[in-house]
Write a protein of this length. Structure first.
Length: 327
């Protein structure tokens, strides 16, 4: 029995660690070293006319409508053309719209490889951030592919709280629930398919990347996730920013708890007069979340050779952000 449960934990750990490495910007660097090609993109069918394209950065959703294809996110720079090539295996329709979930280059980099006629839709804050492509908190500089292309691929339609695109079975609902991963995280819902794309606000089952430099907030993070989980009804399937499988609303609720506990731990430490080092050295993935598939840094290192030190750097960056936001 003990052996069996250990195998289970490791299996789960593997899946979740795979996402962590694929996860967020750190893994985007890994993916950037991969040569962009359609062959490196894996297609998973989510519903009748909804697919996920994996590889080359964040997960891309492809929603096939009568008029054309709406993409959610366009991967790293260099991966726009491979997306287009891969789409030919699914449909002959052209890409007519890209919705970007947020400003990170592993989600928007491919935008510039699509024709200027393609509509680009984002939250209004993301539209502003994409013009700047500021460095990521605790993470890399971001290439400004838009500047290099004289603004090609920048958003031409924005929303503030909510926006409806299309109608009938082709309706898409965009929501903004507040700051989390960045200051412009869009939640993209496909009501007819009971599915959504959560971007990196919910990227993987692990610590978030809180990109304060691009408007993200540690203190607001769990509130935003809880708001989304409560408001978004009739959804069975979540395409997350980087997970190799789809997740559920139950997973999103657990993520709200996970991020809330993390924020509370950091805030309690500050109020008790402890130090940032202290928190970084003592924080562990709480056991109940480990049971729910949140891997430990050691499991991630063991299986994927993704160094614990790099994971600790992420942890430290997050603790600093929350520390600075806590009076
Ligand atoms: Zn991101």
């Amino acid at each position: 029995m003990v052996e069996k449960s250990r195998t289970l934990v490791l299996k789960r750990g593997f899946v979740l660690a795979a996402l962590l490495v694929a996860g967020a910007v750190l893994a985007a660097i890994g993916a950037a070293q991969q040569t962009p090609s359609a062959a490196s993109i894996q297609v998973d069918k989510v519903g009748d006319n909804l697919y996920v394209l994996r590889g080359g950065g964040g997960n891309t959703a492809a929603f096939i409508t009568a008029k054309g294809v709406t993409l959610v996110d366009a991967k790293l720079p260099g991966w726009g053309k491979p997306i287009l090539e891969k789409l030919k295996e699914i449909t002959e329709k052209p890409v007519t719209m890209i919705i970007n979930t947020h400003t990170h280059f592993d989600h928007v980099g491919g935008n510039v490889e699509f024709p200027a006629t393609v509509d680009v839709v984002t939250h209004e804050n993301t539209a502003n951030l994409m013009r700047e492509m500021r460095p990521v908190t605790g993470g890399p500089e971001q290439p400004n592919v838009f500047k290099e292309k004289n603004g090609l691929g920048l958003p031409n339609r924005t929303f503030k709280d909510r926006m409806t695109l299309g109608n009938g079975d082709e309706r898409i609902e965009l929501y903004y629930f507040g700051r989390a991963h960045t200051g412009g995280d869009a939640w993209v819902v496909f009501p007819a398919l009971r599915a959504m794309h959560s971007g990196d606000a919910f990227a993987i089952k692990n610590l978030p990347l809180i990109d304060a430099n691009n408007g993200g907030s540690g203190v607001e993070y769990p509130k935003t996730i809880a708001k989304a989980a409560a408001a978004l009804k009739n959804i069975d399937t979540i395409i997350t920013g980087h997970n190799p499988t789809t997740l559920t609303i139950a997973d999103l609720k657990t993520y709200a708890d996970f991020t809330r506990e993390f924020v509370q731990t950091v805030q309690a430490a500050k109020k008790a007069g402890r130090t940032i080092d202290d928190v970084v050295n003592s924080w562990k993935v709480p056991e109940r979340f480990q049971k729910d598939g949140y891997p430990t840094p050691e499991q991630i290192q063991e299986i994927l050779r993704y160094p614990v030190a790099a994971q600790t750097a992420r942890l430290r960056s997050n603790v600093e952000v929350i520390w600075n936001e806590t009076k």
